[in-house]
Design a protein around this ligand. Structure first.
Ligand code: DLZ
Length: 153
């Protein structure tokens, strides 16, 4: 039996991060955690590209373009959606999640969903180094693992 499984060795991997500026108090922390985790796991700083977009709704467009260029082994999308008084949250969350998933399948490049979908700011802060861990770091590890696994397929 052959087992296919990625490792967390980022040596030689090229990664792009697309990060939403909306709620940048949170997304800048996601970005810090992601870049630190990539570097800690062996990704060279010069092999990390960071693209800023206005909000999470724009993540799939830029992630899809970056993935289609085939210059990177994985793409990470980072955003923070915080529910407000209108249905905006639902439209943007759905567009971001479905768009990212579709772009990943169409390009054959792993695109990681590092987008927080929270009821309030407290929940978001809990996920950027608080009591629920760090979702930026987790996204970085998922990107490295998927980049490896994708090469084995
Ligand atoms: C408009 C909007 C709202 C209300 N909330 C968020 C949010 O919580 N998180 C986020 O990343 N972006 C939000 N945006 C901005 C949209 O994602 C998008 O940038 C604009 O609608 C322009 O297309």
């Amino acid at each position: 039996m052959n087992q296919l499984e990625g490792t967390l060795d980022g040596t030689g991997k090229k990664i792009a991060i697309v990060v939403a500026r909306f709620n940048d108090f949170v997304t800048s922390k996601l970005l810090d955690g992601a870049t630190q985790a990539l570097i800690k796991n062996g990704v060279d700083e010069k092999d990390i590209d960071v693209a800023w977009v206005p909000g999470s709704f724009e993540l799939p467009f830029v992630a899809s373009r970056l993935a289609a260029s085939k210059k990177r082994d994985a793409i990470i999308c980072l955003g923070a959606l915080i529910r407000g008084d209108t249905p905006h949250f639902d439209y943007i969350s759905e567009a971001a999640s479905l768009g990212i998933e579709q772009a990943s399948r169409e390009t054959g490049i792993p695109i990681i969903f590092g987008v927080l979908t929270c009821e309030n700011m407290e929940q978001a802060m809990d996920r950027v180094g608080g009591k629920v861990g760090h979702k930026g770091e987790e996204a970085a590890c998922a990107a490295i693992e998927m980049a490896h696994l994708n090469k084995q397929i």
